[in-house]
Design a protein around this ligand. Structure first.
Ligand code: CUA
Length: 350
C-alpha cells in the first residue's frame, strides 16, 4: 500500500514539474531590446489577438487540470473500489466527450469571429491610407494623397485607424508588426489591405513573415507612431524635397561643408546611383531601389539591419553584398575623397 502511495506521489510530482516547465516555456519574453517581441501589445489588432490567445490558454489549462484530476482520481479509485455496473458510461461519454467540448469550441469560435472583426473591420471611413510594396529585400512606402515616398519606415498617426494597401513587386512577402497587429501577405499583382491602430507613440519593429529569398530574415522595417500634430509636420516636411540650393544662395560664400555637399551631389548625379534611386527635386529618378529624398532622416540602413550613421553608410555604399549578400545593390568603386563628399551629400538629405 505504501508503495502504491509513493508511486502516486511520484506521478503527481512529475505532472507538477511538467506543468511548471510548460508555463515557463510560455511566459512572455522581456520586450526590452527584443526587437520582435509581441509583448506588450499596443495596437488594437495585437491586443485583440493577445486577448484571444490568453482566453484559449485559460480554457486549455482548465481542461487540462480537470482531465488530469479525473485521471488521478481514477488511478487511485481503481485500486480501492470494485468496478461499477457501467450504466453511467454512455451518458458520461456524451456529456464530457461531445457536449462540453462542443460548447467550448463554439465559444472560442465566437470570440475568434469578434477578433477577426476587430483586426479587419469592414467599414473604411476617414482613415489614413498608406501603400506599402514589398521588394527583395526592402519596403517601399507611399502616401498617395500627399505625394510622399519613403522606404523601410511607416510613419503613422496615433489614435486613428490607418489602412495599409499592400502589394509586392517581385515575389510574395508578408508584413508583420508583432506589437501592432497580425500578418498580411503581399502578393505581386494583387492588393491586400490591413489595419494598424495604436494610441501609444513609439517605434515598433516589423519583419517580413513570408520566405522571399536569401535575405528574407533581414527584411525588416520600423513603424513609427507619432502624435497627430507631429505626424502632420512629418508629412509636410517629407512632401518637400530635402535639397536646398547648393551651393548657398547667390552672393554668400559657400562654407566648406556646402562645397563638400555640392561635390557629393555631383558624384551622386554622375554615377550609376541615379539609375536605381530617386531624390525628389533632382534629375535622379530611378525607381528600382529605395527613394533617397529624405534618407538621412531614417533610423536604419539596408531595411532595418544597420543604424543609419556615417560609418555604416560608407560600408553599405562600398560593399553592400558583404553586409547583405544577395540584395540588389552592387558595390561602388569610389575613391576616398569622393566617398567622403558623397556621404556629406547623402547626410544632407534630412
Ligand atoms: Cu520579404 Cu520575406
Amino acid at each position: 500500500m505504501s508503495g502504491s502511495r509513493s508511486r502516486t506521489r511520484g506521478a503527481l510530482l512529475l505532472i507538477g514539474l511538467a506543468a511548471v516547465a510548460l508555463l515557463v516555456a510560455c511566459s512572455p519574453t522581456p520586450s526590452e531590446g527584443d526587437q520582435l517581441g509581441m509583448w506588450p501589445p499596443v495596437g488594437t489588432g495585437a491586443q485583440a489577438v493577445d486577448r484571444h490567445w490568453w482566453t484559449m490558454f485559460a480554457i486549455g489549462a482548465a481542461v487540462w487540470a480537470v482531465v488530469t484530476a479525473m485521471l488521478i482520481a481514477t488511478m487511485v479509485r481503481r485500486r480501492r473500489e470494485p468496478k461499477g455496473d457501467g450504466r453511467r458510461g454512455p451518458l458520461f461519454v456524451a456529456v464530457a466527450g461531445a457536449i462540453i467540448p462542443g460548447v467550448i469550441v463554439a465559444g472560442v469560435m465566437a470570440q475568434a469571429v469578434v477578433v477577426l472583426q476587430e483586426t479587419n473591420p469592414l467599414d473604411d471611413d476617414g482613415e489614413t491610407v498608406i501603400e506599402v510594396t514589398g521588394h527583395q529585400f526592402w519596403w517601399e512606402v507611399e502616401y498617395p494623397e500627399e505625394g510622399v515616398v519613403t522606404a523601410n519606415e511607416v510613419h503613422i498617426p496615433t489614435g486613428q485607424r490607418v489602412r495599409l494597401e499592400l502589394t509586392a513587386e517581385d515575389v510574395i512577402h508578408s508584413l508583420w508588426v508583432p506589437q501592432l497587429g497580425g500578418k498580411t501577405d503581399m502578393v505581386p499583382g494583387h492588393a491586400n489591405s490591413m489595419w494598424l491602430e495604436t494610441d501609444e507613440p513609439g517605434m515598433y519593429w516589423g519583419q517580413c513573415a513570408e520566405y522571399c529569398g536569401l535575405q528574407h530574415a533581414q527584411m525588416r522595417f520600423l513603424v513609427i507612431a507619432h502624435e497627430p500634430e507631429e505626424y502632420q509636420s512629418w508629412l509636410a516636411h517629407h512632401s518637400q524635397p530635402a535639397e536646398s540650393d547648393i551651393p548657398a544662395a547667390a552672393g554668400a560664400e559657400p562654407t566648406e561643408q556646402e562645397e563638400m555637399i555640392a561635390w557629393g551631389r555631383e558624384v551622386f548625379m554622375s554615377s550609376s546611383c541615379v539609375y536605381c534611386h530617386a531624390v525628389a527635386g533632382t534629375e535622379a529618378r530611378g525607381e528600382f531601389g529605395p527613394d533617397l529624398t529624405h534618407m538621412a532622416s531614417r533610423e536604419t540602413l539596408g531595411a532595418g539591419i544597420l543604424p543609419n550613421n556615417r560609418g555604416n553608410l560608407a560600408a553599405w555604399i562600398v560593399d553592400p553584398q558583404s553586409i547583405k549578400p544577395g540584395n540588389e545593390m552592387p558595390g561602388t568603386n569610389i575613391d576616398g575623397p569622393e566617398l567622403q563628399a558623397l556621404l556629406a551629400y547623402l547626410e544632407s538629405l534630412e
